[in-house]
Write a protein that binds this ligand. Sequence first.
Ligand code: NAI
Length: 295
Amino acid sequence: MAEMKRFKTIGVVGSGQMGSGIAQLAATHGFDVWVLDTDQDALSKATKSISSSIQRLVSKGQLSQAVGKDALERLWFTSNLEKLSSADIIIEAIVESEDVKKKLFLELDKITKSSAILASNTSSISITRLASATSRPHQVIGMHFMNPPSIMKLVEIVRGADTSDETFDATKALAERFGKTVICSRDFAGFVVNRILMPMINEAFFALYTGVATKEDIDAGMKLGTNHPMGPLELADFIGLDVCVSILKVLHAGLGDNKYAPCPILVQYVDAGRLGRKRGIGVYDYRQMLGSVKP
Ligand code: NAI
């Protein structure tokens, strides 16, 4: 196994819903993991959520007590980028913005060892352009986990224009070590999954916006009519409405078709701070269910 020799320490940048899930996955598979976020609140939230998620898996018998304990000892949280200098691979899961990600890749290129792979969990942004911010484009790759990373079986691997075969093989082996099935996508906006998923989600918002049906009926229609486990509006809340808008903007800019322009009501939800489950409210109100803020 090429990756077993190659990877011992994994750096995860961004400790939001995806970064914390990826960090948990890596730690429970025996890797040392540094988790970095610029936001202290996000870091302490991630510390708690990973710990309770691991404890839940142990109590359900899905993870042995020894592996759970070992995983918690392998996780370190920091806001100091230098701490990631020992990582063999960095998996970036920060905000879906090309400018912000490029700035980070530039920094990571400076502080990581020259053999380290720089992977991005981006949903839609060009890997080739992120790679162009570094001096090692052959070691930059897309490693797109699905939400939640510990449960969903797929990792979409995206090769930039200069990604080497060695980088691809090592990243694929790592995803398989995590128990995932890999698909490979060429580097076009939205790759495979979001190229197809986001237009459906956007269309569901247009159906809501133009009064075709209620949110409940739109979701029930797609769940019961097409056998999807979640309706598109519920799924958008789960992904994060801000993330959906960012991905649609990348699709719109990259593929140049107005059909990808985010629906006005979706943009308005984001403007209002209704970002979905992570904020307790999006299309639906989860605040009572999650026991957080009063509705
Ligand atoms: P999130 O909003 O839950 O977390 C993002 C985290 O990144 C926040 O904690 C924020 O403080 C941190 N951050 C922002 N800028 C930073 C910087 N410069 N350095 C360090 N930390 C920084 O977002 P989420 O949902 O976890 O998404 C992260 C990435 O994963 C995005 O690229 C998104 O497109 C992708 N993704 C999201 C999925 C989803 O269902 N939400 C699924 C698959 C990929």
